[in-house]
Design a protein around this ligand. Structure first.
Ligand code: GDP
Ligand code: ZN
Length: 461
C-alpha cells in the first residue's frame, strides 16, 4: 500500500481465495458501492424484493449485456457489522481462474478498483475495526505453520494483547493528567503531586511492562521457530541426526532456507515445535582465506542459535576434538547429545562434560528421539504451557521494541522526578511513553511502518 493512499470512497474488489483451480472461489468487494454493484450483476433465483444482510443467496451473475458469467452464491453484508466496517459483498463462484478474472473485470469496468495487498485489513484498521496489533495478527494467522503459532496469533487477533496495551496506556494517561494538572494550574494552590507517589505509579507500570517483555523470548521462538545448532566433531552423527529429525518432522515448513556450502539450515516442525535446524558441516579450522570467511559467517550464524545440540559419541570418552567443539559454543545454551547409544550403554562423564544437561540417543536407529525433543522443549522454556490458550504472548519484535522504549521513557521520568525536574519536562517523558505504547496499536505508527506491515499481506486479505 504505497503511501497508504486509501480512498475509502472507492469500492475495492479482489479474489479472497488463492489463485488457481478449486471447488469454489470467493470474490470480495468492500466500500460504499458494494451493494449497488452486486445488485447490478447478480440475479437472485426466486423472488427476493430485497437482499437481507448477512444472508447467502443462490443466483446468476450476468454481464452488462445480460449474458451469463456463472451460477453463484452471493451475500451482502451491510456496514458496520463487517470485517472492514464498510458494506461488503461476496460472490462465491466456481473456482476457475478465468471465471474469477471475468468477475473482476466486470466489476472493475463498472467502477470498482482492484484492492492493494492487505487493503481489506488496512481498511479494517483505518475504520477502527481492529488495531494495528490485531491487523498484524491476521497476517501471522495466515502464515502460521504450527498450532502454537496459530494460537498466539489468534489470541492477538482477538485483541488480548491490545487490551493489555490499552491498560498501560490508560495508566500513563492518568499519570500525565496528574502532572499536567500541576502545569496548568500553577497559580492555584493545588498541592503538587509528591515525587515519590509519581515514581511509584511509574514503577508499577514498568513492572507490568516487564512481565509482558519477559515472555517475548518464548513468543519469538513459537513465532519464528527455535534456532537449533547441531555441533560436534566430524563423524559424531550430526548429519544422521538432521536426517532423523527431518524424518520425524510432520511438515517441512520451508524446504531449505538458505543452504550454502558452509551451512545447512532446515525448517521443520517437531511435535508442533517450529524449529530451524542449523548443521554447521562447514565449521572447521582452515588456513584458506576464502574458506575462513565462510567459517566466520557460519560461526556468526551459529552464535545466534537459541540452543546448541552438542553431539558426542557414547562409545568413547570425549577427546581433544570434542573439547574443541565444546569451546566453540560453551557460552550458549547447550544440550549434550550422547549419540550412538546402541554401541555402548553409558559413558562416564566428568567435568566439564558433567556440567551440562544431557540426553542419550541413537540417530541411526532412531532411539529416544522423543526424549531429545522433550529436553529441547524444556531447555527452551516451552514445556510448561508457555503457549497455553489463555496467555497473551508477545512475539512480534516490533511490539517488543516499542515496550522497551516505553520502559526507558518511564525510567527517564522516574529519574527526572527524583532529580526534582519541572513538571513540564516530566510531562514530555510521559508523552514519549504514550507515543511508544501507541506504536503497537497503531495510534502513533508512522506511515512507512504501516506500509511495511501491510505489504506482508497478499492481495485479497
Ligand atoms: P557427522 O560427520 O557428524 O555429520 O556424522 P554422520 O551423521 O555423517 O555419521 C558418521 C557415522 O556415524 C556414519 O557412519 C553413521 O552411520 C554413524 N552413526 C550416526 N549415528 C549413529 C548411531 O546412532 N549409532 C551408530 N552405531 N552409528 C551412527
Ligand atoms: Zn555430516
Amino acid at each position: 500500500v504505497k503511501g497508504l493512499i486509501v480512498n475509502t470512497e472507492k469500492t475495492i474488489i479482489a479474489p479472497a481465495t488463492p489463485p488457481g483451480e478449486g471447488g469454489l472461489a470467493v470474490v470480495r468487494l468492500s466500500g460504499p458501492s458494494s451493494e449497488e454493484l452486486l445488485r447490478r450483476f447478480f440475479k437472485p433465483s426466486g423472488k427476493f424484493p430485497s437482499l437481507d444482510s448477512h444472508r447467502l443467496y443462490h443466483g446468476h451473475l450476468v454481464d452488462a449485456n445480460g449474458s451469463l458469467i456463472d451460477e453463484v452464491m452471493a451475500v451482502i453484508m451491510r456496514s458496520p457489522r463487517t470485517f472492514t466496517r464498510e458494506d461488503v459483498a461476496e460472490i462465491h463462484c466456481h473456482g476457475g481462474p478465468l471465471i474469477v478474472q471475468q468477475i473482476l473485470d466486470l466489476f472493475i469496468d463498472a467502477g470498482a478498483i482492484l484492492a492493494q495487498p492487505g487493503e481489506f485489513t488496512l481498511r479494517a484498521f483505518l475504520n477502527g475495526r481492529i488495531d494495528l496489533a490485531q491487523a498484524e495478527a491476521v497476517a501471522d494467522l495466515i502464515h502460521a505453520r504450527s498450532v502454537s503459532a496459530q494460537r498466539v496469533a489468534l489470541n492477538q487477533l482477538q485483541g488480548k494483547l491490545s487490551q493489555i496495551i490499552r491498560i498501560y496506556h490508560r495508566q500513563v494517561v492518568d499519570l500525565l493528567a496528574l502532572v499536567e494538572a500541576h502545569i496548568d494550574f500553577l497559580e492555584e494552590d493545588i498541592s503538587p503531586p509528591q515525587p515519590d507517589v509519581l515514581c511509584r505509579s511509574a514503577e508499577d507500570i514498568i513492572e507490568a511492562i516487564e512481565d509482558l517483555i519477559a515472555g517475548f523470548n518464548s513468543g519469538r521462538m513459537i513465532h519464528d521457530g527455535l534456532r537449533i545448532l547441531l555441533a560436534g566433531k566430524p563423524n559424531v552423527g550430526k548429519s544422521s541426526l538432521l536426517n532423523c529429525l527431518l524424518g520425524e518432522s510432520r511438515a517441512i515448513v520451508s524446504p531449505s532456507a538458505g543452504t550454502t556450502r558452509d551451512i545447512i539450515e532446515e525448517s521443520l516442525l517437531l511435535h508442533d515445535l517450529p524449529v530451524r535446524l542449523i548443521d554447521t558441516a562447514g565449521i572447521r579450522h582452515t588456513d584458506d582465506s576464502v574458506e575462513q570467511e565462510g567459517v566466520r559467517r557460519a560461526r556468526e550464524k551459529a552464535g545466534s542459535a537459541d540452543l546448541v545440540l552438542l553431539l558426542i559419541n557414547a562409545d568413547q570418552h570425549p577427546d581433544q576434538d570434542d573439547l574443541l567443539a565444546l569451546d566453540s559454543c560453551r557460552d550458549q545454551k547447550l544440550l549434550l547429545v550422547i549419540n550412538k547409544q546402541d554401541l555402548s550403554p553409558s559413558v562416564q562423564l566428568s567435568s566439564p562434560w558433567s556440567d551440562y544437561p544431557r540426553v542419550f540417543i541413537s540417530a541411526k536407529y532412531r532411539q529416544n528421539i522423543d526424549g531429545l525433543i522433550e529436553a529441547v522443549r524444556d531447555l527452551a522454556g516451552l514445556s510448561g504451557g508457555a503457549d497455553s490458550s489463555e496467555s497473551v504472548m508477545l512475539y512480534e519484535r516490533r511490539h517488543y521494541q516499542s515496550l522497551l522504549q516505553a520502559k526507558s521513557c518511564l525510567q527517564r521520568f522516574i529519574s527526572g522526578c527524583r532529580a526534582g525536574f519541572g513538571f513540564e519536562l516530566l510531562a514530555l517523558d510521559l508523552r514519549d511513553t504514550l507515543r511508544a505504547i501507541g506504536l503497537i496499536t497503531g495510534e502513533t505508527t508512522p506511515d512507512q511502518v504501516l506500509d511495511r506491515i501491510f505489504s506482508r499481506f497478499c492481495i485479497g486479505k
